[in-house]
Design a protein around this ligand. Structure first.
Ligand SMILES: Cc1cc2nc3c(=O)[nH]c(=O)nc-3n(C[C@H](O)[C@H](O)[C@H](O)COP(=O)(O)OP(=O)(O)OC[C@H]3O[C@@H](n4cnc5c(N)ncnc54)[C@H](O)[C@@H]3O)c2cc1C
Length: 470
């Protein structure tokens, strides 16, 4: 008899699950809270983190699934379950080929180092976005949606927010919509994304993402409040993992600005540098969070300000997401005028205005300028252009790790994407995939592309398990 599967959420994980379940012979109902499909996935750069792919081979890059697993284990300090890392590493390699069959192309020359690894593993897609979003994430959603639309077995209903699970005799047998309507099925796949837009959920499961009050905001859709996580926990599911990905921001406005220009140095409250300012966004907010007060200041001088363009943004990896720079001349001058950017005729004055230790800042900048003159950052070995800070007035911009990219904690699953209860047993009829799950990240982001990769891998896995064809 044909199995009926309900998928909650039509982002990357949900659409992958729907397609895979249909291909395994099931009839699928996808319930999506938003007006359109795509979720956070459609807003994303669309990088997929994968090893040992034909794309890498075409660039002459030697890599392997074992090396990827070893890398994950190291970055997460052996916190993650090997069975999940293995499913992820093998599955993402398969996903690259699967998406290619669906019309995505991967250009070997666009592979890039998306984390802290040596071998480039960030795969950037090329394809049609169908107007679903700005960049690669929308290309992936569009490819999945086109394939799903070609299958009669799948029905997608938007504006259909699921409010609860229907459980009978300990078995999940359906979903209850917000309007009270009940849909029954043989299994339910929770694919409703993270909880970046859920203030209460954040306070409970990731308090660090509420530490800076109204500085915090979420890059994904408003619908990602953690409904599915709440339902999974209410069904007896276990919460696993913690934290998430933050980006530092000067809070000039709700601007998605992942990359800062090279002419800044970052100092903490003591006035000390603490990092190579060009380090990857995977680790930067974590390092800022470890400084006193969890904040830092970007310091620059008037000579730098005079070289800044009036508009434009940095996009070093060519992600083409909706970036809007905080670091344009027009915006900086407006914020200087408003007193948000602190100014001073001397370094001591700007330090006092910002609440930074003046002696520390003066000594740091002296040391920095000597390094610039010598052409080498002798402390943090900063890459690229080194710019002196010697022409007043001087400026200091407070930065906090406050923009929420995605959440890492969520439902504990096994490598068949079954939701596990607090004793580690599968809850019958309940699967989960994507950002709703925990246990696939430690507290440092392993690399751009792990989230979408895992959403697709575990979406497919959940579908196969649900249909009983794994
Ligand atoms: C701007 C941005 C850029 C990013 N760039 C990358 C990148 O390049 N590479 C990478 O790996 N990761 C990236 N990420 C993270 C990544 O996009 C997400 O972690 C991943 O796509 C999550 O996929 P998902 O399917 O689990 O959730 P989503 O794609 O968010 O889908 C969840 C869906 O569930 C729906 N939903 C929620 N609640 C309910 C409910 N109660 N009933 C019905 N439906 C519901 C939501 O409306 C949403 O459509 C980025 C994130 C953002 C926001």
């Amino acid at each position: 008899m044909t199995k009926r599967i309900i998928v909650v959420g039509a982002g990357g994980a949900g659409l992958a699950a729907a397609l895979e379940a249909a291909d395994a012979g099931a009839s699928v109902l996808v319930l999506e809270a938003g007006d359109q499909v795509g979720g956070a996935t459609a807003r994303a750069g669309g990088v997929v983190y994968a090893a040992d792919t034909p794309v890498q081979k075409a660039r002459g890059i030697e890599d392997s699934v074992e090396r990827l697993i070893n890398y994950y284990a190291t970055v997460s300090r052996h916190e993650l379950e090997p069975r999940l890392m293995r499913r992820s590493a093998v599955g993402t390699r398969e996903v690259i080929a699967w998406l290619e069959q669906l019309g995505i192309t991967w250009e070997p020359e666009r592979l890039y180092v998306a984390g802290l690894e040596f071998e480039p593993r960030g795969h950037l897609p090329t394809g049609d976005t169908r107007g679903l979003g700005p960049a690669g994430g929308a290309m992936i959603v569009a490819a999945l949606l086109t394939a799903v639309e070609a299958r009669d077995e799948v029905e997608i209903r938007t504006r259909s927010r699921v409010a609860g699970l229907v459980i009978e005799g300990g078995y999940v047998v359906g979903a209850r919509l917000e309007d009270g309507c009940v849909e029954r099925a043989d299994a339910v796949v929770l694919a409703s994304g993270g909880f970046g837009a859920g203030t209460e959920m954040l306070a409970t499961h990731w308090p660090e993402a509420t530490r800076h009050g109204d500085w915090h905001w979420y890059l994904g859709p408003d619908t990602n409040v953690g409904d599915g996580l709440r339902m999974g926990l209410a069904a007896g599911g276990q919460f696993q993992g913690r934290g998430g990905a933050l980006l530092e921001t000067p809070n000039f406005g709700r601007l998605n600005d992942a990359f800062t220009p090279p002419w800044l140095i970052y100092v903490n409250q003591r006035g000390h540098r603490f990092v190579d300012e060009t380090d990857t966004y995977c680790v930067m907010p974590h390092v800022i969070g470890l400084q006193p007060g969890g904040v830092c200041w970007a310091v620059f001088d008037d000579a730098a300000l005079r070289t800044v363009a009036d508009s434009g943004h940095l996009d070093p990896y060519g992600l083409h997401v909706d970036l809007e720079s905080n670091w344009t001349a027009a915006r900086l001058r407006e914020q200087i005028q408003a007193g948000v950017v602190k100014t001073g005729a001397t370094l001591t004055e700007v330090a006092q205005a910002a609440g930074v230790e003046p002696g520390g800042l003066v000594a740091t900048v002296e040391f920095w300028n000597a390094d610039v003159a010598a052409g080498h950052d002798s402390t943090f070995e900063k890459d690229g252009e080194l710019v002196a800070i010697d022409t007043g007035p001087f400026y200091a911009v407070e930065l906090r790790p406050a923009i929420i990219g995605n959440t890492f904690g969520g439902l504990r699953i096994d490598d068949h994407a079954r939701v596990l209860d607090v004793a580690g047993r599968p809850i019958p009829g309940l699967l989960a995939a994507g950002e709703i799950t925990g246990g696939l990240d430690g507290d440092v982001y392993a690399g751009g592309g792990t989230s979408i990769g895992n959403a697709l891998v575990f979406g497919r896995t959940a579908a196969r398990t649900a249909v009983g064809a794994r």
